[in-house]
Write a protein that binds this ligand. Structure first.
Ligand code: 6PG
Length: 467
């Protein structure tokens, strides 16, 4: 039998579907998983496709053509290192390991260096789109050596989602560029999901709309400027009825959001690079608050009095425009972070290309990414998307809506941390003068940290603040 072109270790939902997608495109694949049932499932689902499995690691490796391309879709963290350690003694020079999980970018840099010393290639690639994307077209963000990317480009192009015939995959850059871009993708995903959930909360608590009607609102918005995967699935999940109770399933779900860490990593990296991403930070904080439900119960009981003040005239058009502007600002924060990371880590990222491959297959895909890609392609040299004419107009259009939304949320006591952060981010960046002059004065007072003046050049210290 001829040897397989592409190997996959980890035949869980993502690995199995990604390999089925590859094989469906006529590219031969071989899979391996410690769990025999998962190996069998791949064979069952891949009947008639150029697919095989390895009965053990040795058999798997023997079934791969040389030099080998071996993708790992296993949980990020120590398991990736364990699989690499198991593989390495059996690999040959020029074999390539491709980590398709959500690994931390610093782990990816470490693995690249460790394996490079042994003559083995390593790439970190971001794969977005969940089960559906893995099976029928994902957005793929590969990073590592260019020659390694060239080796697997045709395979990745085959399995990527297509927008207007263009595959949603492109070489991101060297080292951990692919995993960094995927991490920021997830940070933006956190922000968009939290913004959507704040709108849902507002419509539920303030407007007192039942879930089914809220679904209709999101479905309508999905046909307009907010056309995006997350708005679309929001309408779908809000409509779903619970078989047992007959009520809307969403109303039966515990309000505690899980997280695997990619949103938090985005905030951490942004802190390290000095790039403000407050909407992503707020989304992470809200997931953390959501998970402290016992404490929330105690605090809610302690403050069980009416502390609200209702005074807003907010309509659905305001909310639609507010959400559109908030999405633009979330993308702007993430992409500013990518620009800084590109400079710091020499990734040489092409932000227009990233926006283009995010248009299909991934969780944050949306119609407005076409405008975002155009903003970067125009070479206007703007430091932020907020200065692009088209996107600035969207923000302008939604600014009053955000203000109304936040004041309504504040008045009604409905949390809107992400909307508030969007507004403060926007207001702060459009302020000619911020009150940081006072902070400088305080720092100089207690620590002689010095300050600069607006009326003359130089560095100043005042040693008699109390005089
Ligand atoms: C994607 C998703 C995917 C996954 C996240 C969820 O792009 O397909 O981002 O990677 O859904 O890991 O992350 P949390 O568990 O942290 O929400």
């Amino acid at each position: 039998m001829t040897k397989a072109h592409f190997g996959m270790i980890g035949l869980g939902t993502m690995g199995r579907n990604f390999l089925l997608n590859i094989a469906e495109h006529g590219i031969s694949g071989v899979g391996y998983d410690l769990d025999a049932a998962k190996r069998q499932l791949l064979l069952d689902e891949g009947k008639g496709m150029p697919l095989d499995v390895g009965s053990d690691l040795g058999d798997f490796l023997a079934k791969l053509e040389s030099p080998r391309n071996i993708m790992l879709l296993v949980p990020a963290g120590p398991i990736v290192d364990k699989v690499i350690a198991d593989l390495v003694p059996h690999l040959d020079e020029d074999d390539l390991i491709i980590d398709g999980g959500n690994s931390h970018f610093t782990d990816t840099d470490r693995r690249i260096a460790e394996l490079d010393a042994k003559g083995i290639g390593f790439m970190g690639i971001g794969v977005s789109g969940g089960e559906e994307g893995a099976r029928h077209g994902a957005s793929i963000m590969p990073g590592g050596k260019r020659e390694h990317y060239d080796r697997i480009e045709a395979t990745l192009q085959a399995v990527a989602a297509k927008v207007d015939g263009e595959p949603c995959v492109a070489y991101m850059g060297s080292g951990s560029a692919g995993h960094f871009v995927k991490m920021v993708h997830n940070g933006i995903e956190y922000a968009m999901m939290q913004l959507i959930s704040e709108v849902y909360d507002h419509l539920r608590q303030v407007v007192e709309m039942p879930a089914g009607e809220i679904a209709d609102v999101f479905a309508k918005w999905d046909r307009g400027e907010l056309d995006s995967f997350l708005i679309e699935i929001t309408a779908t999940v809000l409509r779903k009825k619970d078989r047992g109770t007959g009520r809307h399933l969403v109303d039966e779900i515990l309000d505690t959001a899980g997280q695997k860490g990619t949103g938090k990593w985005t905030s951490q990296a942004a802190m390290d690079l000095g790039i403000p991403v407050p909407t992503i930070d707020s989304a992470v904080s809200m997931r953390q608050i959501s998970s402290q439900n016992k404490l929330r119960g105690q605090i809610a009981a302690r403050f069980d009095v009416d502390l609200t003040h209702h005074h807003s005239s907010l309509d659905l058009d305001d909310i639609e425009h507010a959400l559109t502007a908030a999405f633009v600002i979330s993308y702007a924060q993430g992409l500013s972070l990518l620009a800084a990371a590109s400079a710091e880590f020499d990734y040489n990222l092409d932000l227009a290309k990233i926006a283009r491959i995010w248009r299909g297959g991934c969780i944050i895909r949306s119609k407005m990414l076409t405008d975002i890609a155009a903003a970067f392609s125009s070479n206007s040299g703007h430091e932020t998307l907020l200065l692009d004419a088209v996107l600035a107009r969207k923000v302008e259009h939604g600014a009053i809506g955000i203000r109304k939304m936040v004041s309504s949320a504040v008045g009604h006591g409905v949390p809107a941390m992400c909307f508030a952060s969007v507004l403060s981010y926007f207001d702060a960046f459009r302020s000619q003068r911020l009150p940081a002059n006072l902070i400088q004065a305080q720092r100089d007072y207690f620590g002689a940290h010095t300050y600069q003046r607006i009326d003359k050049e130089g560095t100043f210290h005042t040693d008699d603040w109390e005089a």
